[in-house]
Design a binder for this molecule. Structure first.
Ligand code: HAS
Ligand code: HEM
Length: 544
């Protein structure tokens, strides 16, 4: 990998780390403020902070990390240079300008609309423009990886695609399909409305388009972590991936089932019929299956590694795994957190049970176990070899890295239990409970629990950022680090050739999307209308 490529990837990480730093700072303020542990000050606006928190953590930290990690994965597994440095830098430039534009709107309190930006709350046009540029930039960066793959395919006809690249290509194909929804929402509904070209909009149509995008978005976050779990962790553990073909099957199932299920975020919405919500509920159970396959495949891989290291009996192999190695430990703790993230997701997906947890703090409990830990902690863990790999310098502190991953895990388990138990008592999400007149006494212990867990996560995040900054700029000890690429027990040769017929999978995905969404969009257009004026978050008077 050339110096130029390393520089491009490092720049993605700089932006990701700045986003995480600001993002978790607001996370700490939120969790303290909800527990009444923060005095009121005009300097801190809860919804401005929550918008920064959602946007910077869930959209910026993730996207920049994903582009960086997958660029390394594709580059290393194909063993050929990335297609075009110019495309790579253009993608990075567009994404960064987008973040700056949206950041300006949030900083000046003109976009307190949260990371889901539901109308009729209206943001400054710079916010929507920024979101568009972030997405367009990621398209360009994704195109660079896909073109690298196409060039490799031409040079290596008939060869199986390495699993690392296979997973990475699925991530970006899924991303292109998903972002169509939000691109239509922003370009045709929100931007013209926020610019004043039209006065009224259709919130139900906007929400439906948003969640067409919003659910596959969560797999855009998750699948790069799966790439790491399948193709890097077995090697880090000193073993092999149990089954390469089963991993490919899981990626393909996620590709086709992740989009036609967005209505599970809208069970409580009007304008969509129950029959379609139920169909999407069944689809959601289908999309859990590849994650269950993943759980089985990874567990078998970890067991193989533990036994290779001398493990005997039913549980001894677990203790033989390299728990003192930060990259392995962080990624495996992420998997353990994801078991609970997955269970809570299945609770959410269960149509009638969802009515108990919807819009309560249960949902942020779920999302911090998934994107906030399964994904984030995996990225942190992978950074412990990735940053030394990119700089050629040793990790500044292995102890800090270990403290980082264990502390984050302990923190999130406490935080998530607090949030989720509180949610079951009716504790709402998206509310500055510390200043609300209706804080129920039974929520108190759970709010305190979440505050303790959230503070531990914050300390862990600071340790991570400190370790990365020191490694990037101050570590002097040279290190020769390689990308950990796992071998498999059941190899790619056992996978059906049909797995590489991308056109067929795209066609299947398209058919499922049409079945799941054509009647829904028609229905939404029939029963809702473009009649909502915009509101600024600061005022109950509509903007006419
Ligand atoms: Fe979700 C809401 C359903 C997965 C993120 N989700 C959210 C929101 C976010 C989010 C951000 O049905 C909030 C959106 C908002 O702001 O309103 N989610 C699911 C389901 C899954 C799921 C069924 N979610 C994710 C992932 C996310 C994510 C992944 C981010 C990365 N979610 C919902 C629903 C809602 C929702 C509803 C709406 C709630 C509402 O009412 O608003 C499934 O994909 C989960 C499947 C996962 C599993 C777990 C497999 C376990 C594995 C680990 C194995 C461990 C090993 C370790 C091997 C079945 C793979 C072994 C260790 C040793 C030591 C041996
Ligand atoms: C929401 C705390 C890290 C993504 C929240 C909420 C709290 C919180 C208390 C709920 C606010 C409310 O509903 O009123 C924290 C703390 C963190 C942390 C203490 C670590 C120090 C992260 C990370 C991510 C993330 C790493 C993603 C990568 C989100 C998202 C929401 C959220 C998407 C929902 C925002 C919304 O409802 O608009 N966080 N968080 N958080 N957090 Fe975090």
């Amino acid at each position: 990998i050339s110096e130029g490529e390393k520089r491009l990837i490092r720049w993605h990480l700089y932006v990701a780390y700045i986003a995480l730093a600001v993002g978790i700072f607001f996370g700490l303020l939120q969790v303290l403020s909800r527990a009444k542990l923060l005095p009121p000050t005009p300097l801190y606006d809860y919804y401005q902070g929550l918008t920064f928190h959602g946007v910077l953590n869930a959209l910026v930290w993730t996207t920049f990390n994903i582009v960086a990690l997958l660029a390394v994965a594709v580059r290393a597994s194909l063993g050929r240079p990335l297609y075009s440095p110019a495309l790579g830098w253009t993608g990075f430039g567009l994404m960064t300008v987008g973040v700056a534009a949206a950041g300006y709107a949030i900083l000046t309190r003109q976009a307190n609309v949260l990371y889901t930006f539901y109308p009729p709350l209206m943001a400054h046009p710079a916010f929507y423009l920024g979101a568009t540029l972030l997405i367009v930039g990621s398209w360009v960066s994704g195109a660079n990886l896909i073109l690298t793959y196409v060039a490799w395919r031409r040079e290596n006809p008939g060869q199986r695609t390495p699993l690392m690249t296979f997973g990475s290509i699925v991530v970006f194909v899924l991303w292109y399909i998903a972002t169509l929804g939000v691109a239509i929402e922003v370009l045709f509904l929100l931007l013209p409305w926020s610019l004043g070209l039209v006065k009224q909009t259709n919130p139900m149509l906007a929400r439906t388009l948003f969640w067409y995008f919003g659910h596959p978005l969560v797999y855009f976050w998750l699948l790069p972590a799966y790439v790491a779990w399948y193709t890097m962790v077995p090697r880090l553990a000193g073993g092999k991936l149990y089954s390469d073909p089963m991993a490919r099957l899981a990626f393909l199932m996620l590709l086709i089932f992740s989009t036609p299920i967005g209505l599970h975020h809208q069970y409580a919405d009007p304008a969509v019929g129950q029959e379609w919500k139920l169909l999407h509920a069944f689809g959601t159970f289908m999309v859990a299956i590849p994650s269950l396959l993943t759980a089985f495949n990874l567990m078998a891989s970890l067991e193989y590694a533990g036994r290779q290291r001398g493990g005997r009996g039913w549980v001894d192999w677990i203790f033989r795994l390299p728990w003192g190695e930060p990259a392995f430990a962080g990624a495996t703790l992420s998997m353990i957190a994801f078991i609970f993230g997955g269970i809570s997701g299945i609770v959410n997906a269960s149509y009638n049970v969802n009515l108990v947890v919807h819009n309560t703090s249960w949902v942020p409990g779920h999302l911090h176990l998934t994107v906030g830990t399964a994904v984030t902690l995996t990225f942190m863990a992978m950074a412990t070899w990735l940053v030394p790999y990119l700089t050629g310098r040793a990790l500044w502190s292995r102890k800090a890295a270990l403290a980082n991953v264990y502390l984050w895990f302990v923190g999130v388990m406490i935080f998530a239990v607090g949030m989720m138990r509180g949610g079951l008592e009716g504790e709402p999400r998206r509310t500055n409970l510390g200043f609300s007149p209706y804080l129920l006494p039974e929520w108190r212990p759970f709010l305190i629990m979440a505050a303790v867990g959230g503070t531990l996560m914050f300390i862990a995040g600071v340790l991570f950022l400190l370790n990365m900054a020191m490694t990037l700029w101050f570590s002097r000890q040279p290190a020769a680090v390689e990308v950990p690429i796992s071998e498999a027990l059941h190899t790619a040769a056992e996978a059906p050739l049909a797995f590489e017929r991308w056109r067929v999978w795209l066609a299947v995905a398209a058919v499922l999307i049409v079945i799941a969404y054509a009647p829904v969009i028609t229905q939404v257009l029939q029963v809702s209308s473009f009649s909502a004026y915009g509101y600024l978050p600061s005022s109950a008077v509509p903007i006419r």
